[in-house]
Design a protein around this ligand. Structure first.
Ligand code: BV8
Length: 228
């Protein structure tokens, strides 16, 4: 890639699969144990907060047992090479990009490491199990929820993402099924602004046909091959 090119990378659950974190829609994925409507919507949270808080507590606790894989490390190397010309947007709520060395990560669907107070809107580090109803460090109310974007909620930093998509020369999608919007539409935004588009995924995704180039295989070998 030329020295002044800008790149946007979008990652999904597939980049963390080989680290041992369940994806959402592959066999045995996260959603198979739960209906999405029950655990990843504001309505589901209102209906059964203990079920939802327990679901997210378990996912957060599982982070202690997993490590970044070579795909995360390869993207961190690329970020150092590209300096401020690379934006890494992730749909993932895990912290493996950061632990793999990436410093500029945009979590458009939020993060398991962060809690949000439904009362005062203040974010705080998520340290205790939310199902124990710890008080908000700011307003002291027992109204902390996971700081993740549920279905029907607006993903974070969309303006910054669309600006980067409009200006990029290359858009790369890694480990995502292309099933969830607005992320699934990013490839069209990038292509419309003249960017090259590349999909790196285990198998063709729902949006594969929208990419100029696709490479298929496990991320932990495919991504280092592409980066290096
Ligand atoms: C919104 C956070 C509006 C919580 C998640 C029709 C058109 C447009 C939109 C909609 C529509 N119908 C409904 C909608 C809205 C909805 C939507 O898109 N629904 C879908 C189901 C149709 N979208 C929303 O609600 C979004 N908000 O639209 O807001 C708005 C406007 C104004 C004001 C207010 C609101 C919010 C969506 C965010 C939902 N939250 N997660 C949590 O994580 O628990 S989504 C969830 O799915 C995760 O974030 C996940 O990242 C995301 C996408 O899944 P993937 O990451 O792709 O994972 P998946 O398992 O699906 O695929 C894994 C892939 O990896 C596979 O392709 C597999 O082949 C590959 N793979 C597996 N192993 C490997 C691998 N690849 C490489 N190597 C491997 N080893």
């Amino acid at each position: 890639m030329a020295g002044n090119e800008h790149i946007v990378i979008l990652t999904g659950a597939g980049i963390s699969a080989e680290s041992g974190i369940d994806t959402f829609r592959s066999a045995g994925g996260l959603w198979e144990q739960h209906r999405v409507e029950d655990v990843a919507t504001p309505e589901g949270f209102a209906r059964d907060p203990d079920l939802v808080l327990g679901f997210y507590d378990r996912r957060r606790e599982a982070l202690a047992n997993v490590e970044p894989n070579p795909a995360h490390a390869a993207l961190a190397r690329l970020e150092r090479e590209f300096a401020g010309r690379l934006l890494l947007v992730t749909q993932n709520v895990d912290d493996l990009h950061e632990r793999g060395g990436s410093e500029r990560v945009l979590h458009m669907h939020g993060e398991l490491k962060s809690a949000l107070c439904s009362g005062c809107g203040v974010r705080s580090r998520w340290d205790a199990a939310l199902s124990d109803r710890p008080p908000c460090p700011s307003c002291k109310a027992p109204s902390l929820r996971p700081d993740v974007v549920w279905f029907g909620e607006m993903p974070y930093r969309m303006e910054a993402i669309y600006k980067a998509l409009a200006e990029c020369d290359l858009f790369v999608s890694i480990g995502t099924s292309g099933a969830v919007y607005p992320a699934a539409g990013f490839v069209q935004e990038a292509a419309a602004s003249g960017a090259r588009t590349l999909e790196l995924n285990l198998e063709p995704s729902e949006g594969s046909h929208l990419f100029a180039e696709q490479r298929h295989g496990p991320a932990s070998t495919l991504v280092p091959q592409w980066v290096d």
